[in-house]
Design a binder for this molecule. Structure first.
Ligand SMILES: Cc1cc2nc3c(=O)[nH]c(=O)nc-3n(C[C@H](O)[C@H](O)[C@H](O)COP(=O)(O)O)c2cc1C
Ligand code: SF4
Length: 636
């Protein structure tokens, strides 16, 4: 039995509380793997938010194990200056910090690592499709030494401990697993052989850092892939680690190559799995055990710690979304936490497309050094539209000391409310709710159910009007199609839909509508002119959705255009040939959105300063809408 805010001993040190920041690649480093001021500010902010322990982003111990072109390294002494700045700032803010040491093995990225991936055996990484080079015995010894040298640098740079990455499908776990270790030499074969590299790395690091320096180890409680490591393997490893002298075990799940949804804890997966894995391991050893994976609900954190199920909770995305989560909980303000929606759009989605991490609901992520200064002259700011862009604009403007009024004629949340109705996206609703609650608590004047007309706005004599009026579904002219239904209508359940439904447009909304309707027993056909559906989706989300669709009555016709509708017959065209696709009861339009901005011109004619924000300016993702609202409010 322990509360989140009871200290805990990890080896020779004591942590002030039981909340830690999980390791997350940020891409805030330099191309040659150095710490930047931005990275320092990012970690300082998380420490100021009250996390008792910060686990660094994965620091590569050898360049060949690098995963991202802007990942930070601990592979050479010339990086010590930046790493020392990092630990110094985290300490000043009152937290402890562990260096997370990793080599990606077959999951490394050749664009970042300067060579092909290397691994115990030539087993292709499913995610990248790359076949690794097999490590020689000499190279294995080099890598053991690289981990040890990294340990020494961690001590020299002022870290309070190290966390060794022995899980998540990275190099060490590639040795542990029969699926990825096909060697017949001393580093393969039976469990003694497969655990040899782990033991060598652990012992070398222990020798390098000394008996008193805490060593935590991150493992996968299960790799969640057929033939991969499971809970029995994890428990066996944890017991070995205990006997080798580890100070803490950190349990997550998944494998970077084989099961990214588990690794990234996709919102559509069942809840509670990592907690069960971690508590199974805790019951088998005497070391403190920490769990990570969708633990961002304060009530859940309290539950698992209060009932002694687990000793510590690591938070990844929840601290990206709200770095103050620990402090808010500590002060009993659980309802003020901004809840991560597990959407993976701003964080993983950006990393996967070669950018740095961001967050859909926290535009300050990555901009921690830009202090939000009060405006020199508080102004009368009116925000029109209560979708994500409008909510963020209002929040940032209010924080800068402006007098803010928010008009929303319908419901706060806008189209985002509908997004949370799509299958597997229910968590988004909870996240949006926490953002709305923040606006409601902020003192912003909210005029809900009140349409912002030109006359009303002019009468209020604003200094600036920020228009976040969003977008509306684009409605293409299709001969024979009268009064079509839109994807939004379907998700809002504001219309009757027949048994056979044609969905025009196979982007994210069209596909979600197809899944939504098929899940309610409708026969669906999706017609998409491009050669692929779901092109605008985060790849991991698309992959999972396509898998779910396999068992649902959804036909997909790519490279196909809708020509006309003749009664119930739908005529399509593909490769210059027209044909009747079949009879349908309804056609749902989901071909994207058009900006909706009915006010800017008229307001400008009245001489009022106007800013058009988010979808009202250009339809884009939630991330871009929130970001544009924040930037606009920072400039007022
Ligand atoms: C963008 C992103 C990058 C991540 N990078 C790493 C990584 O390099 N190493 C690692 O062990 N886990 C990594 N993780 C996984 C997190 O540490 C954590 O286990 C996972 O996000 C689930 O926890 P959460 O729900 O608290 O975010 C990453 C997660 C995200 C979202
Ligand atoms: S982008 Fe989405 S998943 Fe990532 S931290 Fe923000 S809310 Fe969470």
């Amino acid at each position: 039995m322990s509360t989140p805010f009871e200290p805990i001993r990890i080896g020779s040190i004591e942590l002030e509380n039981r909340l830690a920041m999980a390791p997350i690649k940020t891409a805030y480093g330099t191309k040659d793997g150095r710490v930047t001021e931005r990275l320092v500010a990012y970690f300082r902010r998380r420490a100021e938010g009250g996390a008792g322990l910060i686990i660094s982003e994965p620091l590569y111990v050898d360049r060949r194990g690098r995963e991202h072109p802007k990942q930070t390294g601990i592979d050479s002494d010339d990086k010590l200056g930046g790493l020392s700045d990092l630990t110094g700032e985290i300490h000043k803010a009152g937290s402890r910090v562990f260096a997370h040491l990793n080599h990606g093995g077959r999951a490394a990225n050749p664009k970042a690592s300067g060579g092909p991936p290397e691994a115990p055996s030539n087993v292709v990484c499913t995610r990248t499709g790359l076949e690794p080079e097999v490590l020689s015995t000499e190279r294995i010894a080099d890598l053991v030494a690289a981990f040890a040298d990294a340990g020494v640098r961690a001590v020299d740079a002022g870290f309070d401990g190290v966390e060794l990455q022995f899980g998540m499908g990275y190099l060490v776990s590639q040795f542990l697993s029969q699926k990825t270790n096909l060697r017949s030499d001393a580093h393969g074969g039976d469990v003694e052989g497969r655990t040899r590299f782990a033991r060598e790395v652990f012992s070398a690091v222990r020798d390098a850092v000394g008996e008193q320096f805490p060593i935590g180890v991150r493992i996968s409680g299960s790799e969640k892939t057929p033939g991969g490591l499971d809970i029995e393997d994890a428990l066996d490893l944890a017991r070995r680690l205990e006997s080798w002298g580890a100070d803490m075990i950190h349990v997550a799940s998944g494998s970077s190559c084989d099961s990214p949804p588990w690794y990234f804890q996709h919102m559509a997966l069942p809840n509670g799995v990592n907690e069960t894995l971690a508590s199974g391991i805790k019951n088998g050893i005497d070391l403190p055990v920490m769990v990570a994976g969708r633990m961002g609900e304060p009530s859940r954190i309290r539950e698992v710690l209060d009932n002694g199920m687990i000793d510590m909770v690591a938070l990844g995305r929840p601290l990206l979304a709200d770095p103050d989560l620990p402090k808010e909980m500590m002060e009993g303000r659980d309802d003020e936490v901004l809840i991560c929606g597990s959407c993976l759009q701003g964080c993983l989605g950006r990393i996967m497309s070669g950018q740095d991490i961001g967050c859909n609901i926290n535009p300050e992520l990555g901009r921690e050094a830009d202090v939000i200064e009060p405006a020199s002259t508080p102004r009368r700011v009116i925000v029109v539209g209560g979708g994500p862009a409008g909510l963020q604009t209002a929040l940032t403007a209010q924080r800068r000391g402006h007098h803010v009024t928010l008009f929303e004629k319908d419901r706060l949340g806008g189209q985002f409310t509908l997004a949370s109705r799509a299958p597997g996206k229910e968590k988004l609703g909870r996240s949006l709710g926490s953002m709305i609650a923040r606006v409601e608590r902020s003192g912003i004047e909210i005029r809900l159910g009140d349409e912002a007309t030109l006359d009303k706005l002019v009468a209020l004599e604003p200094d600036v009007v920020m228009l976040a009026t969003g977008s509306r579904p684009a409605l293409p002219e299709v001969p024979g199609l009268d009064g079509p239904v839109t994807g939004e209508d379907v998700l809002a359940s504001s219309c009757e839909i027949g048994d056979r439904v044609l969905i025009l447009g196979g982007g994210m909304v069209g596909m979600e509508v197809a899944e939504f309707l098929a899940g309610k027993g409708r026969q669906c056909a999706v017609v998409e002119v491009l050669d692929e559906v779901g092109k605008d989706m985060v790849p991991i989300n698309r992959k999972l959705m396509m898998k779910r669709l396999e068992s649902l009555p959804v036909e997909i016709h790519t490279g196909t255009g809708l020509v006309r509708v003749d009664g119930r017959d739908v005529v399509v065209e593909r490769g210059g040939e027209q044909r009747v696709l079949g009879k349908f009861d309804d056609v749902v339009i989901a071909v994207g959105n058009q900006s909706f901005d009915p006010l800017s011109e008229a307001l400008r004619k009245e001489g009022i300063h106007v800013e058009v924000i988010g979808d009202a300016e250009k339809p884009a993702r939630v991330y871009d809408a929130v970001d544009s609202g924040h930037k606009a409010a920072m400039a007022v």
